[in-house]
Design a protein around this ligand. Structure first.
Ligand code: UGA
Length: 454
């Protein structure tokens, strides 16, 4: 037995599984809750739903220790938990750019009436500002415990590929609380949950509810803006003969700017940045703000424009059309170190080229299963060499180190032509050109037009 608070984690997606597993590893008793019994069965058998360094080990450690369990029963969760972390998905709405909060609403509707004793409900899902205050009122009305079921907001900043490390040692912790004793109690309980981290020097910011909600959305919007900024500059580089790769390195040397998030290329994708930018635009406009929607609408448009530019570049190096040409696409994941293909720029480009009549073959070191599930119409090959065999052009669209390490001479032996497009600036242009390749990248000076039809 332990006098630590007992935690539930509602929703076992990317965020929820990681949070549950990491909290159990810190010594808490944790019950993960999901309405999908298949997910519960898989997790109970020790199988992690996504490839994430360290996750499977911590999952089996938690299960073996008895501190970690999974259930579909909200009744069990309500009875078990002193703190309920809400980690359900808030995807983009099907009919617009705003966030779809139906999972969140359903979770509160189901949990609320079961909360008979004092507890804390801590939202971690990314939400439009104003959601937490609305849910707090709803919860107080639904819960038999009334305001003793205190709602707070505790956004999560983990990156895919670093989920466990980011959860156990975050840059910062944000706890947004309501006014009065319920807010004070929520803060006190969350300080206990995060005590190992704050003792190690991680700053903990206590804010009101809207500031906490916006802290997450604003962080993602800023990261997205940085990426679209360098990609907008890449276009100017291309038109002026400058080299955006070199330029980004020079900008990064200014500590006020920094190099993180300043890698040019095919732009951002994934389950977070694109939908969070759009939801921010939607909510800011709803509130009557003008500047944030204008700025971030442009950020989104620049980002999507990178995909069109890549398609145009591929057609360009093939003499104007991709129809009937063999196209090798290296990369399907939205970024290296992940098997996630949600809103993947690489797969989007592959899909468009396929639609234009290209014979597209895709290879990715980790995301083949997910890519084949979402894009069954594309062809897949088990290695980079095999995907490139007979290709008229090779496109590097995800920044996997495996692609950076490709041998230009070896690859050139299997392709039909030595044409490569570096969508993520992972290759050494000089090495590829020295091996007889036409090397192209958006934002890097093109060779003389006559070389482009080589
Ligand atoms: C992002 C944020 O970085 C996390 O802080 C946040 O918690 C998370 O979303 C979330 O909201 O849950 P993640 O989606 O894992 O994390 O991805 P990033 O590492 O930020 O990369 C996003 C996309 O931007 C990728 O497609 C990546 O290839 C691209 N990117 C990133 C660039 O094109 N250039 C860069 O310099 C950096």
């Amino acid at each position: 037995m332990t006098d630590l608070p007992r935690l539930t984690v509602l929703g076992t997606g990317y965020l929820g599984v990681t949070h549950a597993v990491c909290m159990a590893s810190l010594g808490f008793e944790v019950l993960g809750v999901d309405t999908d019994p298949r997910k519960v069965a898989l997790l109970t058998s020790g199988e992690a739903p996504m490839a994430e360094p360290g996750l499977t080990d911590l999952l089996s450690e938690g299960l073996t220790s008895g501190r970690l369990g999974f259930t579909s029963s909200y009744e069990r969760a309500a009875e078990f938990g002193d703190i309920h972390f809400v980690c359900v998905g808030t995807p983009q709405r099907r009919d617009g750019h705003g966030a779809d909060l139906s999972q969140l609403e359903a979770c509160v509707a189901e949990l609320g009436p079961l909360l008979a004793r004092p507890c804390v409900v801590a939202g971690k899902s990314t939400v439009p500002v104003g959601t937490a205050a609305r849910l707090a009122a709803r919860l107080a009305a639904l819960a038999p415990a009334g305001e003793a079921a205190a709602l707070c907001w505790n956004p999560e900043f983990l990156r895919e590929g670093h989920a466990v490390a980011d959860t156990l040692r975050p840059d910062r912790i944000v706890v947004g609380v309501g006014a009065g004793p319920a807010g004070e109690r929520a803060e006190a309980v969350l300080r206990v949950v995060f005590s190992a981290m704050t003792a190690a020097g991680v700053p903990l910011f206590v804010t009101d509810l809207p500031t906490a909600e916006l802290a997450k959305v604003a962080a993602n919007a800023f990261l997205a803006t940085k990426i679209s900024f360098i990609n907008a500059v890449a276009e100017v580089c291309e038109l002026s003969g400058a080299d955006v790769g070199v330029l980004a390195g020079i900008l990064a040397a200014d500590p006020r700017i920094g190099g993180a998030g300043l890698r040019p290329g095919l732009g951002f994708g994934g389950g977070c940045l694109p939908k969070d930018v759009r939801a921010f635009v939607d909510r800011a406009a709803e509130l009557g703000a003008a500047d944030a929607p204008a700025l971030l609408g442009t950020v989104d448009a620049i980002n999507l424009g990178r995909r069109t530019s890549m398609v145009n570049l591929a057609c360009d190096v093939l003499g104007g059309s991709v129809a009937g040409k063999a196209v090798c696409v290296l990369g399907a994941a939205f970024k290296a170190g992940s098997d996630d293909v949600r809103d993947s720029p690489a797969l989007d480009v592959a899909h468009i080229l396929h639609g234009l009549g290209g014979q597209v073959t895709v290879y990715d070191p980790a995301a083949m299963r997910n890519a084949a599930a979402t894009h069954p119409g594309l062809a897949y090959a088990p290695s980079a060499l095999s995907a490139a065999t007979g290709a008229d052009v090779v496109l590097v669209l995800t920044d996997w180190p495996e692609f950076a390490a490709l041998d230009p001479a070896l690859l050139g032996e299997v392709t039909a032509a030595r044409r490569i497009i570096d969508g993520r600036y992972v290759l050494d242009p000089a090495a590829w050109r020295a091996a007889g390749w036409l090397y192209r990248a958006n934002g890097i000076p093109a060779p003389a037009p006559s070389d482009q039809l080589a």
